[in-house]
Ligand binder design. Structure first.
Ligand SMILES: Nc1nc2c(ncn2[C@@H]2O[C@H](COP(=O)(O)OP(=O)(O)OP(=O)(O)O)[C@@H](O)[C@H]2O)c(=O)[nH]1
Ligand SMILES: [Mg+2]
Length: 328
């Protein structure tokens, strides 16, 4: 490990590694440079940071000149994952974005209100998830950027609503997507897909539950949907089911939150490492610092699947909520 680096440096470095956008990365690099003590031992590291900062700044400039060809609706990624809200017209995609984030999309009672995507950040406990509101999928033609946006997202949230038959809505959507080699996926199921097909874990949301006052009708809707996808009922208008929805949206990303701590020190529960499910202790250590990954002697884990402070192997797969104590 480089000598004399204060602990805050590794905190910021961790954020830098997790940052998804160039602007975020730049901010953390600058912070790392500011924290780093200035002496001979850090000369090389500081030069390396300066180089990375200037490379990122150049990247920003290259994108601003005339004649640049970038996809218009390439949404800059932020947070621990990106989920696209998709669905037929008027089901409340924009209303859900407004209810879950600080974004202010246009909402109206006529179809095809949303024309271009809009991003918002949804807080779930101690993490931020990026949601993308998208135009309705109602006709066979999709703007060229739309399939790209869907392919780049980590997951999809399919928003359906009464009065239309939810299964018919689902099937119509599948037909539209399949023309673009896209298919709704189930989370956690690794079925072999033909190589030209893209699938994303899909959460089905039945919005406007407030309109389903007849419990039998609601039950029927859910029965139709259940065998196909994980589904849940919400009302963007009444705020019903939104807490469960936040949790379900995070869950569909198939990530786990783990917490690290130095021996004898408390863990910081505000600042989890958010990693793909089944990430191993070794992979986590590599994310923290390559020297730590090489040199740690053993690890103790506190979590639901271990007894208190159990010593685990390097290939131990981490679980949601695990507290990891790295012994160097
Ligand atoms: N009763 C009820 N109405 C809702 C709910 N959510 C949205 N709406 C209404 O449904 C209409 C459509 O809402 P939007 O959020 O614009 O729907 P959208 O899916 O974004 O529509 P497009 O952008 O046109 O595809 C608006 O009049 C909303 O006020 C809900 O939970 N309950
Ligand atoms: Mg909309």
């Amino acid at each position: 490990m480089p000598a004399n680096l204060p602990p805050q440096y590794f905190e910021v470095e961790k954020r830098y590694r997790e940052a998804r956008s160039a602007s975020e990365k730049l901010r953390y690099l600058e912070e790392m440079l500011a924290i780093m003590p200035k002496h001979k031992g850090t000369d090389k590291l500081r030069a390396d940071l300066r180089k990375r900062i200037s490379q990122l700044k150049d990247l920003g400039k290259a994108g601003k000149g005339p004649g640049r060809r970038t996809p218009i609706y390439l949404m800059e990624r932020e947070g621990v994952g990106q989920i696209a809200l998709i669905g037929p017209p008027n089901t409340g995609k924009s209303s859900l974005l407004a209810a879950l984030t600080k974004a202010q999309p246009q909402i109206a009672d006529y179809p095809y209100t949303t024309r271009i995507p809009l991003a918002g950040m949804m807080r779930f406990e101690n993490v931020q998830v990026q949601l993308l509101d998208t135009p309705a999928l109602g006709s066979d033609y999709l703007e060229p950027w739309f399939p790209d946006l869907l392919r780049r997202a980590d997951a999809w949230a399919l928003v359906l609503a009464p009065p239309d038959d939810p299964l018919a809505q689902c099937q119509a959507l599948e037909a539209i997507l399949s023309a673009y080699h896209l298919t709704l996926g189930k989370p956690g199921v690794d079925t072999a897909l033909p190589s030209n097909l893209t699938s994303k874990p899909t959460l089905t949301i039945l919005n406007k539950a407030d309109l389903l006052t007849d419990p039998e009708e609601l039950e029927l809707y859910l029965e139709i949907l259940k065998p196909h996808f994980p589904a849940l009922t919400v009302s963007a208008k009444e705020g019903q089911g939104l807490q469960a929805l936040r949790a379900a949206l995070f869950k569909i990303l198939n990530l786990v939150r783990v917490y690290t701590r130095a021996p004898g020190k408390p863990a910081n529960f505000n600042s989890p490492f958010v990693v793909p499910a089944r990430t191993t202790v070794q992979e986590l250590a590599a994310r923290i610092h390559h020297d730590i990954a090489r040199n740690f002697k053993f690890v103790r884990v506190w979590g639901q699947n271990t007894f208190e402070g159990q010593r685990v192997q390097r290939d131990y797969p981490l679980h949601e909520g695990d507290i990891v104590e790295l012994h160097l």
